[in-house]
Design a protein around this ligand. Structure first.
Ligand SMILES: Nc1ncnc2c1ncn2[C@@H]1O[C@H](COP(=O)(O)OP(=O)(O)O)[C@@H](O)[C@H]1O
Ligand SMILES: O=C(CO)[C@@H](O)[C@H](O)COP(=O)(O)O
Length: 504
C-alpha cells in the first residue's frame, strides 16, 4: 500500500499542492494562481474565496494525477501560508471584506498609535516592532476606517487558517502564524491580554491556538468527494510560510540559517532560546517545531523586483533574462540596484522608500542590469546578515531556497556577497515540503521534525565564496548602504507623483 501526505502552500501569487511519499519524494504536484488587487497605491488585497476555490481545484488535479500507484492513500494534510494577512469573519464565519495582505502598507498611522500606547511593552511581549505588514495594525485600520464592518466582526484568522476552516469546518490558528499578528505573547505562546486590553480589543476576536503539528479536524465529506480525496483525511494545523520554508530546508537546530527568495526575501536564523534579543531589528517568531523560535529580516521586494524586471524587459523567461549576467564581474560595471519597489522592512521599516538604479552608464547592457538586480536583492538580504553579525550571532553557512536558488549565478552571488558557503536543495519544493513534513510528523510517521527532515530533505550543491569576488563585495556593500539615506528624501518628494499609478 502506498501512503502519502499532502502539503498545501498558500502563497501570494498561487497555491501549490504536493503529494509526498514516506521517503520524501514528490509523487505529484499541482498549482493554481489567483489575482492580487491593489485598489490604491500601497494597498494589497485578495479574495479569500479565490484561495479556497484555487486550493480545491489544485487538490482535484493532484488526486487525478496520472501514474499514482494502485490503492494509494493520504494519511494527512497540512498547510504553509503567506503570513500576516487579515481575514475578518462575521458570525457566520464568512469574510466581511477582502483580506488585507502582508505587503499592504496602508497602516503607518496605526503603527505609530500602537507604539504610543504600548511603548517598550510591545517588544517585551510580542518580541517584534509595529510594522505595516503585521496583522494588528490592519485590525485597527478596519476599526477606524470601516467601523460598520468592524462592528460585525466575530473573529479574525490568517490566510491559510481560513482555507483550513473551509476545508474542515474548524476554527484554529497555529502559533508560528499567530506570532506574526503582534497580538501573541511569543515567549509564553498565548494571546496577550495586555496588548488586547491596551488597544481595547476583545479576546474573542482571537481564534484558538494550536501547535503546527496539531490535528485540526478532518476534510469535510462533500469536499473529499469533490477533490477525489478520502473522507476522514486528517488535517494538521500547518505554519507560517517562513517557518515551513525553514522546516522544508531542514533548518531545525542552532547555527542554521536560510535565505529564501519568494515575492519577499527572507534571511532567517533558527533560535533555540526565547531570550535572544536583537532589539527589534529583526522579527522573532515561534517556529513550527514545538518550543523553538526563529528570527528573520525581510526584504519586501525580492522576487517581486525580479518579476518586475522581467516584465519591463518584455517578459522573457528567467534563463534568457539572466543569461550572461554571471560573466559580468561583481559590481555590474558600476551599477547598483536598490530593491525598494514596494518600500522596505529590514533594516529600514520604511513604507515610502522606493527603488533605484544608481550609476547607469551608456555602455550598460541588459546583463549588467540583470546582475545589478540580483546583487541589489542580495545586498538587501545582507543587511539582515549584518544585523546578526553585529549581534554576535555566529552564522557559518546558509541554505538557499526560492526563486533566487533556481539560478546558479545568483547562488554564486549569494555565496560571494554573504561571504559564506551557500547550499541549494535537490529538487527544492519551498514551504510546501515543510507543510507536508508537518503532516508527516503529525500523522506519526516520524517522532519529530528533525527525523522527518533526515528522511525528506536532500541538500544539493554548495557554492563556496570566491575570495576575489567576496573582496569586491566587501568594497561595494558600504556604497549600497549609502543608497537608502541618499534616496530617502527623493522618494518622499516623488511620492505624490506616484499617486495615480496603476499598480503592477
Ligand atoms: N529561474 C529564476 N531565476 C531567478 N528568479 C526567479 C526564477 N524563478 C522565479 N524567480 C523569482 O522568484 C520568485 C518566485 O517566488 P515563489 O516562491 O514562487 O513566490 P511566492 O511564494 O512568493 O508567490 C518570483 O518573484 C521570481 O521573480
Ligand atoms: O511578510 C512576510 C513575512 O513576514 C512574507 O514572507 C509573507 O509571509 C509572504 O511571503 P512570500 O509570498 O514572499 O512567500
Amino acid at each position: 500500500m502506498s501512503e502519502f501526505v499532502i502539503g498545501i502552500d498558500l502563497g501570494t501569487s498561487a497555491v501549490k499542492v504536493l503529494l509526498v511519499g514516506r521517503d520524501g519524494r514528490i509523487a505529484a504536484e499541482a498549482s493554481r494562481e489567483y489575482p492580487l488587487s491593489s485598489p490604491r497605491p500601497g494597498w494589497s488585497e485578495q479574495r479569500p474565496e479565490d484561495w479556497v476555490e484555487a486550493t480545491l481545484a489544485a487538490l482535484g488535479e493532484l488526486s487525478a494525477a496520472p501514474g499514482l500507484p494502485q490503492g494509494w492513500t493520504v494519511e494527512g494534510m497540512s498547510f504553509s501560508g503567506q503570513m500576516h494577512g487579515l481575514v475578518l469573519l462575521g458570525d457566520d464565519l464568512k469574510p466581511l471584506r477582502p483580506a488585507i495582505l502582508w505587503n499592504d502598507t496602508r497602516t503607518t498611522a496605526q503603527c505609530r498609535e500602537i507604539e504610543r500606547i504600548l511603548g517598550t511593552r510591545l517588544h517585551d511581549i510580542t518580541r517584534n516592532p509595529a510594522l505595516e505588514g503585521f496583522t494588528l495594525p490592519k485590525l485597527l485600520w478596519v476599526r477606524e476606517q470601516e467601523p460598520e464592518t468592524f462592528a460585525q466582526a466575530r473573529v479574525f484568522v490568517l490566510p491559510k487558517d481560513y482555507v483550513r476552516l473551509r476545508l474542515t469546518g474548524e476554527l484554529h490558528m497555529d502559533l508560528s502564524d499567530a506570532a506574526g499578528t503582534l497580538l501573541l505573547d511569543v515567549p509564553n505562546r498565548r494571546w496577550s491580554s495586555e496588548v488586547l486590553q491596551a488597544l481595547d480589543l476583545g479576546a474573542e476576536l482571537c481564534p484558538p491556538l494550536v501547535e503546527s503539528t496539531g490535528q485540526t479536524g478532518t476534510l469535510l465529506p462533500e469536499l473529499a468527494e469533490r477533490t477525489g480525496l478520502s473522507g476522514q483525511l486528517r488535517v494538521y494545523a500547518g505554519g507560517a510560510d517562513n517557518a515551513c520554508g525553514a522546516i522544508g530546508a531542514g533548518i531545525l537546530q542552532e547555527g542554521e540559517a536560510l535565505c529564501s527568495i519568494g515575492t519577499s526575501g527572507v534571511l532567517l536564523s533558527y533560535e533555540g532560546e526565547q531570550d535572544r534579543d536583537y532589539g527589534g531589528r529583526v522579527h522573532f517568531f515561534n517556529h513550527g517545531a514545538p518550543g523553538a523560535f526563529y528570527s528573520m529580516g525581510v526584504t519586501l521586494g525580492a522576487g517581486y523586483s525580479m518579476s518586475w524586471f522581467k516584465r519591463v524587459m518584455g517578459g522573457a523567461d528567467y534563463s534568457e533574462l539572466l543569461d550572461g549576467a554571471g560573466d559580468v564581474p561583481p559590481g555590474s560595471g558600476g551599477l547598483l540596484f536598490a530593491p525598494y519597489l514596494a518600500g522596505e522592512r529590514t533594516p529600514y521599516a520604511d513604507a515610502d522608500i522606493r527603488g533605484s538604479f544608481i550609476g547607469l552608464d551608456g555602455s550598460h547592457r541588459r546583463e549588467h542590469l540583470a546582475r545589478a538586480v540580483m546583487e541589489g536583492i542580495t545586498f538587501s538580504l545582507n543587511d539582515t546578515l549584518t544585523i546578526y553579525r553585529e549581534a554576535g550571532r555566529d552564522i557559518r553557512s546558509i541554505v538557499s531556497i526560492g526563486g533566487g536558488a533556481k539560478n546558479p549565478d545568483w547562488l554564486q552571488i549569494q555565496a560571494d556577497l554573504f561571504g559564506l558557503p551557500v547550499t541549494a536543495l535537490e529538487n527544492e519544493q519551498g514551504p510546501g515540503l515543510g507543510a507536508a513534513m508537518l503532516a508527516a510528523a503529525g500523522s506519526g510517521w516520524f517522532p519529530d521534525l528533525a527525523s522527518c527532515a533526515a528522511a525528506f530533505v536532500r541538500r544539493g550543491r554548495t557554492y563556496e565564496p570566491r575570495p576575489e569576488a567576496a573582496a569586491s563585495y566587501r568594497e561595494l556593500y558600504p556604497l549600497y548602504r549609502q543608497v537608502y539615506e541618499a534616496t530617502r528624501s527623493l522618494s518622499a518628494g516623488l511620492g505624490r507623483f506616484r499617486a495615480g499609478l496603476a499598480q503592477g
